[in-house]
Design a protein around this ligand. Structure first.
Ligand code: EPU
Length: 364
């Protein structure tokens, strides 16, 4: 017998940080695995499309809304389990707020996620795009991810290696996209461990001094706040999806070409182009490319703008539509392509859009 209520026509914009787009045809929130399984059965019975919504901090909802059932997986619970060699495995249910989880780990002296302070969204969303900031990413500490197959209802735990984590990527973004629902994530954190200090902006703050986990968290929150990258109702830049494009990873030769183009535009002489070597290639700074293609911080595209504090965040300045966001993103993509020959790729998930609408924006 089914007890789960599917509520028709529920506005989604207020459930996302960007705040655009239409309603869910049906909406339901589940707080237990049993209810989640029930929802999966209902979806099958009624032949509905299924879209899973997490914290809503990295999504753009179409103006038409989202057909079928939008399911919020609000599973709660944190479990701390000491394991060998001074480590603790922390299992966070998918619906746990990410920053509350980080705060709790820091308070307990567990090292490994402190640089990921202040990131909006839920724990369950973090493995999907391998959330990262300030020199840390969740792939550094995730040991396994509990999932449920949305078609069969079968639970499966996948280990870190199987997830194929890379920069802003995992198999959850590829072949597992419409198959696996994340129900919990387990992190292996070091008890009494030192914070990881790898990012220039962070290390500069402390000089030779070794800060505590709590000081590191405070410094990261301050840095993010200065870039309008924490949720704050009083901040004019707050209605965004964080970084709107991923930082492009290019070969040495392509990086050279971009630098040449920057020089030809008279830029590199006064402004050094940021380049970050990584295991996958040379990471360029999308924010820098956007600004130097001529889109200044605070630039306007109708009701959408660039954040006044960071050129990589698109902001809903009030009353923006999803189409406004899409058009602004396309204008920026075309501008950066023309200026530097680099195709920026958007970071957020697009819900309720057709592949054809997104083809140009997603082109690599
Ligand atoms: N830059 C500019 N103009 C700007 C913004 C940045 O020239 O308007 C330059 C900076 O001067 C710097 C470089 O770009 O040299 C990198 O900037 P920043 O340190 O702010 O980081 P980012 O590469 O823009 C990435 C992540 C953020 C994460 C920060 C901090 C991506 C797509 N974004 O941003 O993640 O918080 O590093 O580690 O990888 C997110 O994914 O939503 C997100 C906010």
């Amino acid at each position: 017998m089914t007890t789960l209520a599917l509520v028709p026509n529920v506005a989604l914009a207020p459930r996302t940080t960007l705040g655009v787009g239409g309603p869910a045809q049906f909406f339901a929130e589940v707080t237990t695995k049993a209810a989640l399984l029930e929802a999966l059965l209902l979806v099958k019975e009624r032949e509905l499309e299924l879209t899973v919504l997490g914290g809503g901090s990295n999504v753009v909802v179409s103006d038409r809304g989202v057909p079928g059932l939008v399911l919020r997986v609000a599973l709660a619970g944190l479990k701390f389990e000491p394991v060998a060699d001074g480590f603790v495995e922390v299992t966070a249910s998918a619906g746990e707020n990410w920053d509350r989880f980080v705060a709790e780990c820091v308070a307990r002296g567990l090292a490994g996620v402190e640089c990921l302070s202040g990131i909006p969204g839920d724990c369950g969303g973090t493995p999907i795009q391998n959330v990262g900031a300030y020199g840390q990413e969740v792939a550094d500490s995730i040991v396994r991810v509990d999932t449920i197959d949305r078609h069969t209802g079968v639970s499966q735990t996948v280990d870190r290696e199987t997830c194929d984590f890379r920069y802003r990527y995992s198999r959850f973004k590829a072949e597992w996209r419409d198959v696996r629902i994340v129900t919990a994530v387990t992190f292996k954190l070091r008890a009494g461990g030192a914070p990881s200090l790898r990012y220039g902006e962070l290390t500069q703050r402390f000089g030779d001094r070794a800060p505590s986990l709590a000081e590191t968290r405070a410094a990261v929150l301050e840095l993010r706040r200065a870039k309008s990258m924490v949720l704050d109702a009083d901040d004019e830049n707050t209605r965004s999806a964080g970084s709107f494009f991923t930082n492009p990873i290019v070969s040495e030769a392509q990086a050279e070409e971009v630098e040449q183009r920057a020089r030809a535009r008279g830029l590199a002489a006064q402004l050094k182009m940021p380049r970050f070597p990584s295991s996958e290639g040379i990471k360029l700074a999308a924010g820098w490319l956007i600004e130097n293609a001529g889109f200044a911080k605070g630039a306007s595209f109708g009701r959408v703008g660039l954040s006044t504090r960071h050129a990589l965040a698109l902001v809903n300045r009030g009353g923006a539509s999803a189409l406004d966001v899409l058009n602004a993103a396309l204008t920026i993509k075309r501008g950066v392509l023309e200026a530097f020959g680099v195709k920026l790729v958007p970071e957020p998930e697009w819900l309720g859009f057709g592949d054809d609408e997104l083809a140009e924006l997603r082109a690599r």
